[in-house]
Design a binder for this molecule. Structure first.
Ligand SMILES: *[C@@H]1O[C@H](CO)[C@@H](O)[C@H](O)[C@H]1NC(C)=O
Ligand SMILES: *[C@@H]1O[C@H](CO)[C@@H](O)[C@H](O)[C@H]1NC(C)=O
Length: 434
């Protein structure tokens, strides 16, 4: 169960070729052990990904249960565009996913595929990479070779007292720094790498990732995600005091967007911890101005276009035609754990909408999959990237790593009050759990 690859994409059988209508996606996807599940036939992603013009304008969060193929406007028939959009938004679309088997075999891989197409760029095939690492004290040197090219970077580690090869500690890998002491005190190791050595936060295409993959249309958030994963590979190779099967990933703001991508693209990540992450993180594209300030698809794309692939740019001024929103990204991580932190004083990253729109909409899917306790929302006082966010989410992380029941209620949205259910109307029509 190594990191994900997308064989049906890279095999060249899907993109740019004719695909039968009832295409069945290969079952090789190692998202979950499927050996005991019934056979499932998937709708399959369209052979050509729809453009914004071919997708309905959805003013509310898209229905996570409706396959992309049945979301496109050519399904409208005689109903007309507005009626079709209304039915799609309210969970009345036809051919929705009906069972958790279909979710894991069809819909979750489909979401991962179209997120790479529309936003992240295609994650490199880890099967083609050779990872080597050496350790010297608290420093781990990482070298990745693929296609005759090599990229190198370093990570540092801090171990909690008592960690040993026979009693290995879980680890949180971070970029940009975090509050180490409470974690170390709780028996959790910390690893960190300098994200700029993996990929600069600019258009310069410098760093270990680009030393190997320069020329590809991949966003820097994906490059940072790759940095998390290769750090985990290296820890697993050289630090026996760390338990590589209990792993958290975190970062704040743009680095929170990167941590979210890290959790999304590798099933080895046990708990994903995006802090103050905003748009292209867990701030929604829709409902973007609910906290007074306004990070949007438009200004994130013009301010830091390198975070995503170029395709996302084609949706600028058409964000409501995106067939997904931040809740879709969160839901695709299920059933693995996700804890979201936002400060009520943080207006720019739209803390309110993350809490009352995105989190509860994603939780509908987690609940439906029987994993409702694996997603949590930490609404705390304070602002953008306050270190207090790390202590705020710690009891959740301890529950995931050690099974120690958290006394803190991560469904409580504090002063924001109840979820805004009108923003995800399909939730009143979730498929019957089978
Ligand atoms: C799935 O289908 C194959 C081929 O038809 C069959 O051999 C297999 O037993 C089926 N598995 C299950 C779990 O139904
Ligand atoms: C760690 O390495 C071992 C041996 O290669 C492998 O079986 C295991 O899956 C790896 N664990 C992680 C979390 O990568």
């Amino acid at each position: 169960m190594r990191s994900l690859s997308f064989p049906w994409v890279f095999a060249g059988t899907l993109i740019g070729s004719t695909v039968p209508l009832a295409l069945s996606l290969p079952q090789a996807q190692p998202l979950r052990d499927r050996s005991n599940s019934a056979n499932v036939t998937c709708a399959g992603v369209p052979s050509t990904f729809p453009t914004w013009q071919q997708l309905p304008t959805q003013t509310t969060l898209p229905d996570p249960f409706l396959p992309l193929k049945y979301t496109t406007t050519d399904n409208a028939g005689s109903a007309g565009a507005a009626t079709f959009a209304q039915s799609v938004m309210t969970g009345q679309g036809s051919h929705r996913i009906q069972t958790s088997e279909e979710w894991y075999a069809c819909r979750q891989p489909e979401i991962l595929t179209f997120l790479q197409e529309y936003q992240y760029g295609y994650y490199p095939d880890h099967g083609q990479e050779k990872v080597e690492a050496t350790r010297s004290g608290t420093s781990v040197s990482i070298s990745v070779t693929a296609g005759g090219k090599t990229g190198k970077f370093k990570a540092t580690i801090s171990l909690p007292s008592g960690a040993s090869a026979s009693k290995p500690a879980p680890v949180v890998i971070n970029i940009g720094g975090m509050q180490n002491q409470p974690y170390l005190g709780a028996g959790i190791a910390i690893a960190q790498f300098d994200y700029t050595t993996v990929a600069a936060d600019s258009n310069s295409k410098t760093g270990a990732f680009w030393d190997i993959y320069k020329g590809r249309d991949i966003g820097v958030l994906t490059a940072w995600a790759w940095g998390f994963h290769r750090t985990l590979d290296a820890l697993n190779l050289t630090v026996p005091e760390i338990d590589a099967s209990r792993v958290g990933v975190t970062g704040c703001s743009r680095l929170g967007k990167g941590a979210l991508a890290a959790g999304l693209f590798d099933t080895r990540i046990t708990v994903t911890m995006p802090m103050s992450s905003g748009v292209q993180g867990l701030g929604p594209y829709r409902y973007h101005a609910m906290s007074g300030q306004d990070e949007t698809l438009e200004n994130s794309k013009s301010g830091a276009g390198w975070w995503s692939d170029s395709k996302l740019g084609t949706f600028v001024n058409h964000a409501e035609n995106l067939p997904y929103d931040a809740h879709t990204i969160a839901a695709a991580i299920a059933p693995r754990a996700l804890i979201i932190d936002q400060g009520t004083g943080d207006q720019f990253t739209n803390s309110k909408a993350t809490a009352v729109v995105v989190y509860p909409a994603a939780k509908v899917v987690y609940d439906w999959l029987g994993a409702g306790d694996k997603i949590g929302m930490s609404v705390r006082s304070g602002g953008h990237c306050d270190m207090s966010g790390f202590t705020s989410v710690l009891p959740f992380v301890q529950q995931i790593f050690f099974g120690t029941k958290s006394t803190k209620d991560y469904t409580n949205l504090g002063t924001y009050g109840p979820p805004m259910t009108t923003t995800y109307p399909w939730a009143s029509a979730v498929p019957k759990v089978s």
